[in-house]
Design a protein around this ligand. Structure first.
Ligand code: XMP
Length: 539
C-alpha cells in the first residue's frame, strides 16, 4: 500500500474492530454483523505480527476455526496482542485460544462435540464489568454451537458468565481486563440475538463509534481516489455490465470525470442484446466514457473445436487480455497527443472483500476449483497500477453503495454473470449456432422469472445447453435437439448454494415456451444439484 492509500484507508477514517481469522467458514460474518451495526471492521490472519499492524484497532475479535489448539501446527496469535491494551473477544476456537494462552490444560481436546442449537443460561452476577458482554439479554438465549474441543477449566482470572447443558463455560469474562470469550457463534443467524453480543462488545466494551455510513464512505472514497490518481493521470478499466464493475466505474467517473476510460469487450458470448444494453446504461444513463471493442469473431474463432472447460476459460481470459492490451495502448497513444491529458497509469478493478479475504486468510487462497476470469493478472508490459475502490466491501454493501450513487435498482440487483459468459453454460464446443440457442433459451427463462416477480428471490439463474442431443416430437415430426438445463440457485455468499424451490406451473410454462420458441431444443430439465457437490456454473 502506498503512503497515500494508507493515510486515506477506511480504518483511519472510522473506529475499527480487527478480526483475527483462525480460518472459520463464518469469520467474514463477524465483519458483516459489525458493519451492519455501523462499526467498521477489517480482518487479518490470526498470526499477524502485532508490531506490524497497519492501524490501531479499538478492539479485537479472535474468530472460530477448524483446528484444535493441540494440533501440532495449530494457528496461534502473536502474544503481543495482549499487550495492546484493547478489548478482546474470543469466539469458539478464539475462546479456546484465550484459555490455552493462559494455561494449556484449560481446554479439553475432542472430548465433547457439540453441533446445533443450545439454550444458553446467562449468569448475571451484578458485576457491571463481567456482565457487560451479555447486557440486555436477560437470563437466557438461543445460540448455535459448533465445536470439537471445549473449555474444561476456567482460565485463571476469568469468571463464568454463561453456560449450556454441555458447556459449563459457554461464556467467560476476565475479572478486571476487558477480555471475553464465548463458546458459541454470535455471528450466525442461528444465534438470533448474537448481534446484540457483538454490539455490546464493539460499542459498549470497545467504545467504537457507530459511524460507518455509506454516504460518508462514498465521499471519502472519492477524495481518496482523487488524491491517489492526481490531477492529470488517466485510469482505464474493464466493464461488463455487472454490478461490481458498474459501481466501480461510476465512482471513478464521479472522482475524475473523463479521465476514466471504460472498456467493454464484446466476447461474443454475452447474453441476448446484453452488449447494447450495457452500452446504453453506461453511456446514456451514467455518462461514463465507454469504448466497445468488438471481439466476437476473434473469440469464437479461437474457441472453435475446443471442448474442455478449463481450456475454454483460458482462451477467453487470454483473448480478453490481448484485446484489452491493444485498447490500453491506443488510449495511451491518444493521451500523448491530447493537451492536458496525462499518461494512463491506473487500472481499475472491482475486487470485493471476499476476494481479499481469500488472500489474507492464514491458510492462503483456497484450492482452485475453476480458473475464475476477473480480468486479473494483467500483462506486465502494461505497467499499470491497480486501483480497487470496492476492496473493503461485500456484495450487499456494493449494491447499497450503487443505489446510493443513483444507479438503477434493476442494474444493482442483477444476478452475477461470469466473465467467460455463456461459453461455460454451453457444454462442449461453443459454436455460433449453439450460442444462438443458449441465448434464446436463457432470454425466455429470465423474462418469465421476471414476469412472475421471482427474479429477486433467486441469487442467480440461467439456462445451459447440453453437449448431447435427445429425441422429441414436435408437430408430429421427430426432432433431434439439445437439452436446455435450467439452473436457479439461492445463496448468500456463492460459496455454497441451494436450488431455488420453483413453482411447478411456472417451470412447465417456461419449458413449453423454450421448446416451442427455440429451434434446436428438444427437452428441458431443471438442475436440482446443491453446491457443493455441484457448482453454480456448469463448467
Ligand atoms: P461456481 O460455478 O464456482 O460459481 O460455483 C460461483 C460464482 O462465481 C461466478 N463465476 C465467475 N465469475 N468469472 C467471474 O467473473 C469467472 O470465471 C467465473 N466462474 C464462476 C458464478 O457465476 C457464480 O456467481
Amino acid at each position: 500500500m502506498t503512503d497515500i492509500q494508507e493515510a486515506e484507508a477506511p480504518h483511519n477514517n472510522f473506529d475499527t474492530i480487527l478480526v483475527l481469522d483462525f480460518g472459520s467458514q463464518t469469520s467474514h460474518l463477524i465483519l458483516r454483523r459489525l458493519r451492519s451495526l455501523k462499526v467498521y471492521a477489517e480482518m487479518l490472519p490470526c498470526n499477524t505480527n502485532i508490531a506490524e499492524l497497519p492501524f490501531k484497532p479499538k478492539g479485537i475479535v479472535f474468530s472460530g476455526g477448524p483446528s484444535s489448539v493441540y494440533d501440532k501446527d495449530a494457528p496461534h496469535v502473536d502474544p503481543a496482542v495482549f499487550d495492546l491494551g484493547v478489548p478482546i473477544l474470543g469466539i469458539c476456537y478464539g475462546c479456546q485460544e484465550l484459555a490455552w494462552r493462559t494455561d494449556a490444560s484449560n481446554v479439553a481436546g475432542g472430548t465433547i462435540r457439540e453441533y446445533g442449537h443450545a439454550d444458553v443460561n446467562i449468569h448475571n452476577s451484578g458485576n457491571a464489568h463481567t456482565d457487560k458482554l451479555f447486557a440486555g439479554l436477560g437470563d437466557s438465549m438461543h445460540a448455535y454451537m459448533s465445536h470439537f474441543d471445549k473449555l474444561v477449566k476456567l482460565p485463571s482470572g476469568f469468571v463464568v458468565v454463561a453456560s449450556t447443558a454441555n458447556s459449563e463455560f459457554a461464556g467467560i469474562a476476565h475479572e478486571s481486563k476487558p477480555i471475553y470469550g464465548v463458546q458459541f457463534h454470535p455471528e450466525l443467524e442461528h444465534t438470533p440475538r448474537g448481534t446484540e453480543i457483538l454490539r455490546n462488545f464493539a460499542i459498549d466494551i470497545c467504545g467504537a463509534q457507530d459511524s460507518w455510513v455509506m454516504k460518508d464512505f462514498i465521499q471519502k472514497e472519492i477524495v481518496r481516489i482523487r488524491h491517489l490518481v492526481g490531477e492529470t493521470a488517466q485510469v482505464i478499466g474493464a466493464v461488463s455490465g455487472g454490478v461490481d464493475s458498474t459501481v466501480a466505474a461510476k465512482l471513478m467517473k464521479e472522482a475524475i470525470g473523463d479521465r476514466f476510460h471504460a472498456i467493454l469487450v464484446d466476447n461474443g458470448v454475452m447474453r441476448l442484446n446484453e452488449c447494447e444494453q450495457v452500452k446504453e446504461t453506461l453511456e446514456e444513463h451514467l455518462g461514463i466514457n465507454l469504448t466497445v471493442v468488438d471481439g466476437a469473431e476473434l473469440f469464437l474463432s479461437r474457441l472453435k473445436g475446443v471442448n474442455e472447460p478449463e481450456k475454454k476459460r483460458k482462451i477467453i481470459g487470454g483473448t480478453f487480455i490481448d484485446l484489452f492490451q491493444q485498447e490500453a495502448i491506443r488510449i495511451e497513444k491518444e493521451a500523448e497527443n491530447t493537451p492536458n491529458a496525462g499518461p494512463v497509469t491506473w487500472f481499475l478493478q472491482g475486487t470485493l472483500y471476499p476476494d481479499v479475504i481469500e488472500s489474507v486468510s492464514y491458510k492462503g487462497p483456497s484450492a482452485t476449483i475453476k480458473t475464475h476470469h476477473n480480468v486479473g493478472g494483467l500483462p506486465e508490459t502494461l505497467k499499470l497500477k491497480l486501483i480497487e475502490p470496492l476492496r473493503e466491501m461485500f456484495k450487499d454493501e456494493v449494491r447499497k453503495f450503487g443505489q446510493e450513487m443513483g444507479i438503477h435498482r434493476d442494474l444493482v440487483m442483477r444476478h452475477p454473470f461470469p466473465g467467460p459468459g455463456i461459453a461455460i453454460r454451453i457444454l462442449g464446443e461453443v459454436t455460433p449456432e449453439r450460442v444462438r440457442i443458449a441465448r434464446a433459451a436463457d432470454h425466455i427463462f429470465i423474462s418469465e422469472i421476471r414476469a412472475a416477480g421471482v427474479y429477486d428471490e433467486m441469487s442467480q439463474a440461467y439456462v445451459a445447453i447440453s453437449n448431447d442431443r435427445a429425441v422429441g416430437v414436435q408437430g408430429d415430426a421427430r426432432v433431434y435437439g439439445y437439452i436446455a438445463i435450467l439452473r436457479a440457485v439461492k445463496t448468500l455468499d456463492f460459496m455454497s448454494a441451494e436450488p431455488y424451490d420453483f413453482d411447478f406451473a411456472l417451470l412447465k410454462r417456461i419449458s413449453t415456451r423454450i421448446v416451442n420458441e427455440v429451434d434446436g431444443i428438444a427437452r428441458v430439465t431443471y438442475d436440482i444439484t446443491s453446491k457443493p457437490p455441484g457448482t453454480i456454473e456448469m463448467e
